[in-house]
Every structure is written in structure tokens, then in C-alpha cells.
Design a protein around this ligand. Structure first.
Ligand SMILES: Nc1ncnc2c1ncn2[C@@H]1O[C@H](COP(=O)(O)OP(=O)(O)OP(=O)(O)O)[C@@H](O)[C@H]1O
Length: 389
């Protein structure tokens, strides 16, 4: 069992508080990604779990057992880094075998020539060879076992690093930006493979990345960190559809969510640029509305946003239309289906609405707050949405 629990983890370097009380439970077999911008503390949290760094306060348990006093080597975890950390003078097979030779052969048995003739050495080496081959086959690098790391591509080197983690058969895999050194195509390929590996092995994976797309495509759940705090933990869908914090809304999703600055009057009516939006705050006053690019629908009247097209990006499958909209400091991005090609031109004026349930509201503290349709306008907006879909 490799459930992992962080309890109120704090870490300071000098007088800089890098982790400010992180609590997180990771289930056995789960693929959990820690995401956040550079410097938010995600690697530090992973290193504390690995035993490579000690926390200032708080505790970590693995499989229900506190590991705070345990050395890294005694935690039964395997770590894979961005820099593959391979030995250049050893072959791929020898690199993958390193954890096993260290664990299963005595220091005398590990000697280059004499070691091979010592009692037990031959059998143990054969068993290690079988394990290495199995791991290499799983990672599709069995044909490279005799090569040196210098003769491999970046993607192949990362597989060797994964193979070395795999043969340890750890209770959990910790991966720190393992794909950062790969080109874009190889990253997409490897992220699918790593996710499959997690499903096949059934082991717990804790994966650190600053790339939200990587986290969205691979994870069972994502923990979003910023400035040493955990802002939200949830499934990719929950974070995308129901961000609990404005910063989470902005971090997750590409192109980014549209953020519209709004005012809420005493009756709860929400205004954008002094125009009633047809929406009301069903709780605290709303200061920002978040609308995903694909949630906008063109309309003829009763719009939430009106803007002039400044740029059209044609991706073949979709169009991303960027508009300068009144009262919105950043360009508004709308995603339209490919059937809209040729129907929208630069400098056109577009009116956009969105179904109220697809609009996120945020209060003055940037926390999610409920938004609903105002009764009469609600019906209008729905009629219009129905007419334009
Ligand atoms: N040994 C150290 N001494 C002093 N400060 C450190 C040390 N290690 C990390 N920090 C600081 O702690 C903060 C968090 O670092 P950490 O590496 O955990 O961030 P991160 O979210 O993983 O960022 P990145 O994606 O850039 O690796 C950073 O501001 C960093 O400068």
C-alpha cells in the first residue's frame, strides 16, 4: 500500500517560507500531479516526500507509517528527474540494473572480473538480467540494451531512467519534470506512455510539472500550488469546470480562460462596463467572471460581451478568434468550430453570450462564488443561446 499523506508541511529556507502548511492525501495507485508556476514549491514538496530534504514542521506518512526520520534509501520510493542522471560509461542494461546490483550483489560480487566467479554471483546476475530485459521490453528499449547513453535520443534516455526506477519495484514513483528536456512531439508521446505505465503497474505516481496540459492529460487528480500553498486539489474536469480560485482558473486551460472584470450592485445584479449582464450574484459580490473560450456563443442581442475581431487563428479543427472587447483589458478569446471558417473576419463586431452554468464567478478575494441568471433575462439568454447553437 502506498497511500501518501502530507500533514501541514512547512518549509523555510532562511527567512523565506517556501511551503506554508501543505496538507494532501494521495490514494494507493493514484496518479497525482503537483502543478504550479516556477518557484511555487512543488519540487521542494516532492523532495521532502523522497527524503532528500527535511521539512521545517509537519509530517509525511507512506502506507500509514510516518517516514519523517527515514533516509531516502529506506523509503521504498523511486525518483525520476528531468536530468536523466544516467552513468555515461555504463550500457543501457547496466544503467537499468544499477539499483538491483547495489541491492542484490555484495561489494565483492560487484567487482568487474573476480566478482563474476564468486558463489551465487552468476545466478543473481542472470535474475537481474531477466528483470532488466522485462523492464526494457515494457518501455520498448530492449533493442538498445548494449548502447551507451551518449548513443541515445532524449526520449530513449528518459525511458532508461524510467526503467531504472521500474526495476526497483517501489511502492511509489516520484517524477520531477521528467519530460522537460524532450521536444514537443516526444513529450506528448511520453506523457501517454507514463500514464499507461501507471495504469499497468497500479503503483502510486506523484508527478511534478509546471505544464498544465501535461497534468490535465495524465492525472487522476491535480494539486495546484502557488506561492507555497495548495489552492485546489481535484480531477482535471473539476479544476477546469469548477475552479475554486481565480488563479486556478487562469492556470488551467489553454487558451486561458477569459476573465471579465465586473461590478455587483446592491441588488446583486452583475454589470460589465456599466451594462447589466443578465447575471446575478447568488452569494458574495462578484468582481470577476471567468468564461472558457468554448463556452462563448455568438448572439445578436442580449450579449455578455461585444468586441471587434483583432486576430483569427485557424487550427484546422477549430478557430480561435481574439476580440478587443469594451471593458475587458485583455483580448477575449472565443473558440469556434471549423464550420465558422470564412464567416468571421478581422474587424468584424461580434456579440457573445454564454450559458450561466458555464460562467464562473469570483469574489473580491478571488474565491469562487455562485452566479446565476436573472429571472427575465435568464429566459432571454437561453432563447438566444438556443437560437444560435
Ligand atoms: N536549497 C535552497 N535554498 C534556498 N532556497 C531554495 C532552496 N531550494 C529551493 N529554494 C527556493 O524555494 C522556492 C521553491 O523552490 P522549488 O524548487 O520547490 O520550486 P518549483 O515550484 O519546483 O519551481 P521550478 O518549477 O522552477 O522547479 C524557490 O523560490 C527556490 O528559490
Amino acid at each position: 500500500m502506498a497511500t501518501i499523506q502530507f500533514r501541514d508541511i512547512r518549509k523555510s529556507f532562511g527567512d523565506t517560507d517556501v511551503l506554508k502548511g501543505v496538507g494532501l492525501d494521495i490514494a494507493d495507485g493514484e496518479f497525482l500531479s503537483l502543478v504550479g508556476p516556477s518557484g511555487c514549491g512543488k519540487s521542494t514538496l516532492l523532495r521532502i516526500l523522497a527524503g532528500l530534504e527535511s521539512q521545517t514542521s509537519g509530517s509525511v506518512t507512506i502506507g500509514g507509517t510516518p517516514v519523517d526520520g527515514l533516509h531516502a534509501a529506506d523509503r521504498d520510493l523511486a525518483m525520476v528527474f528531468q536530468s536523466y542522471a544516467l552513468y555515461p560509461h555504463l550500457s543501457v542494461a547496466e544503467n537499468i540494473a544499477v539499483p538491483l546490483t547495489m541491492r542484490r550483489l555484495s561489494s565483492a560480487q560487484r567487482l568487474p572480473l573476480v566478482g563474476r566467479v564468486l558463489p551465487g554471483s552468476r545466478t543473481t546476475r542472470a535474475a537481474i538480467g531477466t528483470t532488466v530485459r522485462e523492464a526494457a521490453e515494457m518501455l520498448d528499449i530492449a533493442h538498445l540494451l548494449d548502447r551507451k547513453p551518449g548513443q541515445l535520443s532524449g526520449g530513449q534516455r528518459q525511458r532508461v531512467a524510467l526503467g531504472r526506477a521500474l526495476v526497483r519495484d517501489p511502492s511509489a514513483f516520484l517524477l520531477d519534470e521528467p519530460l522537460s528536456n524532450l521536444d514537443a512531439k516526444m513529450r506528448v508521446h511520453m506523457r501517454a506512455e507514463i500514464a499507461q505505465l501507471n495504469r499497468r503497474l497500479g503503483a502510486t505516481f506523484v508527478y511534478v510539472t509546471h505544464d498544465q496540459a501535461e497534468a490535465m492529460t495524465m492525472s487522476d487528480r491535480i494539486a495546484v500550488m502557488m506561492e507555497g500553498e495548495l489552492l485546489q486539489v481535484g480531477t482535471p474536469d473539476a479544476l477546469y469546470d469548477h475552479p475554486q480560485d481565480l488563479r486556478v482558473a487562469q492556470f488551467i486551460g489553454s487558451p486561458a480562460i477569459n476573465i471579465l472584470p465586473v461590478d455587483t450592485d446592491a441588488s446583486g445584479t452583475i454589470h460589465l462596463c456599466d451594462m447589466a449582464t443578465g447575471l446575478r450574484a447568488n452569494g458574495p459580490a462578484i468582481e470577476h467572471l471567468g468564461v472558457r473560450p468554448e463556452a462563448f456563443v455568438p448572439c445578436e442581442e442580449g450579449e455578455l460581451v461585444v468586441g471587434r475581431v483583432r486576430l483569427i487563428e485557424n487550427l484546422g479543427s477549430d478557430l480561435f478568434v481574439h476580440l478587443d472587447a469594451a471593458g475587458v483589458p485583455m483580448p477575449v478569446t472565443v473558440r469556434l468550430p471549423s464550420s465558422a471558417r470564412g464567416h468571421v473576419k478581422v474587424r468584424d463586431v461580434m456579440r457573445l453570450t454564454a450559458a450561466p452554468e458555464r460562467i464562473c464567478g469570483f469574489d473580491s478575494a478571488g474565491k469562487a462564488a455562485p452566479v446565476g441568471a436573472q429571472n427575465k433575462v435568464h429566459d432571454n439568454v437561453h432563447d438566444k443561446v438556443a437560437r444560435h447553437v
